[in-house]
Design a protein around this ligand. Structure first.
Ligand SMILES: [Zn+2]
Ligand SMILES: [Zn+2]
Ligand SMILES: [Zn+2]
Ligand SMILES: [Zn+2]
Length: 325
């Protein structure tokens, strides 16, 4: 079972490598030669890998100006070469290698007519296997014939040799095959697929159990935390009450002492008033006595005048009464 899985991932790696290499490295010369002569494509050959150039770069070092042939290299080949040869030129060893994109070659190569690369690979494979016994019946063929620049779109969409993933990919089967071969794969690998599903279910079950115990632990932790907070709150309440009581008793003491001071002040004040009143009475009595003595001497001289004044008042009142009547 393990072996089959390994084979599957190898298959997939191979498929991905094919797609990747198609986008990056230069094109198989034999594939292009299906429709062209050697002579026709000689100006499109990568000077590094000797295949048909993919993303051509033109070499422009002044050292090779005298050379007659076209000096182009695939972008990927050139990058790899410079990296592995300490930036030395691939034509002759020298520094400061100069190059730029060759748009003309790019257009010409893109316009080359090609067959489907998958069909080409399939034909190569079957011709190796059957040693030229003719076409194997029931094998799917891709009849694509078009411009090289349109091939990528073809491979990603309409190509009948497009590989599809096994239905059990979400469970870990990485097998890829032609649509027509999928049924065979599913029948041949029922046990493998069943085991993959069981494994996944098992691991999901374990994960659920783990999560469950985590949740329970978190619940316990939060419960403890809650109890701790409650105890803290109780303590704070108690401290607050104690402080409040202390402040209240202090307040009462202050009020009491103020009241005591106040009543003492009132007492002192009353005493003072009494003393003052007493003094005042004393002084008044003394003054009265003095006045009485003085008035006795005055009385005899003013008596005659007072008598006269009161009798004239009497007269006046009498006359007024008579006039009103
Ligand atoms: Zn190349
Ligand atoms: Zn050079
Ligand atoms: Zn195709
Ligand atoms: Zn499968």
């Amino acid at each position: 079972m393990k072996q089959t899985t390994e084979e599957n991932s190898k298959d997939e790696a191979k498929t991905e490598a094919t797609l990747l290499s198609f986008e990056q490295s230069c094109f198989n010369k034999d594939w292009i030669l299906r429709f062209y002569s050697q002579e026709y494509i000689q100006h499109f050959i990568c000077l590094i890998c000797k295949q048909v150039t993919n993303n051509p770069m033109e070499m422009e070092c002044p050292q090779h100006e005298a050379m007659d042939e076209t000096l182009i290299a695939g972008e990927n080949c050139l990058k790899l070469f410079l990296k592995n040869h300490n930036n030395s030129c691939p034509i002759q060893p020298h520094d400061n290698c100069q190059y730029s994109k060759s748009n003309v070659a790019r257009r010409q190569i893109g316009d080359l007519t090609v067959m489907c690369i998958r069909q080409f690979d399939q034909e190569l494979k079957t011709s190796n296997e059957t040693e030229g016994e003719g076409e194997t019946p029931g094998v799917i063929k891709c009849e694509f014939k078009g411009k090289l620049k349109d091939l990528n779109t073809h491979l990603m969409s309409e190509c009948s040799l497009n590989l599809i993933h096994c239905w059990f990919k979400p469970f870990g089967c990485n097998h890829m095959c032609l649509n027509q071969n999928l049924k065979d794969h599913l029948i041949a690998n029922m046990k493998l697929h069943f085991d993959l599903v069981t494994q996944l279910l098992q691991s999901m079950k374990q994960e659920i159990q783990l999560k469950d115990s985590l949740v329970k632990q978190m619940e316990r932790d939060s419960q403890q935390e809650l109890l701790k907070y409650r105890a803290d709150i109780e303590m704070i309440k108690k401290e607050f009450n104690d402080k409040e009581k202390k402040i209240l008793s202090n307040h009462e003491k202050i009020v009491k002492s103020l009241e005591e001071k106040n009543s003492k002040l009132i007492q002192d004040y009353e005493q003072l008033i009494q003393t003052l009143n007493h003094q005042y009475d004393e002084e008044k009595r003394e003054t009265n006595e003095k006045e009485i003595n003085q008035s006795h001497t005055l009385l005899s001289s003013t008596f005659a005048f007072d008598l006269f004044r009161s009798s004239s008042n009497l007269l006046k009142t009498f006359t007024e009464h008579t006039m009103v009547n």
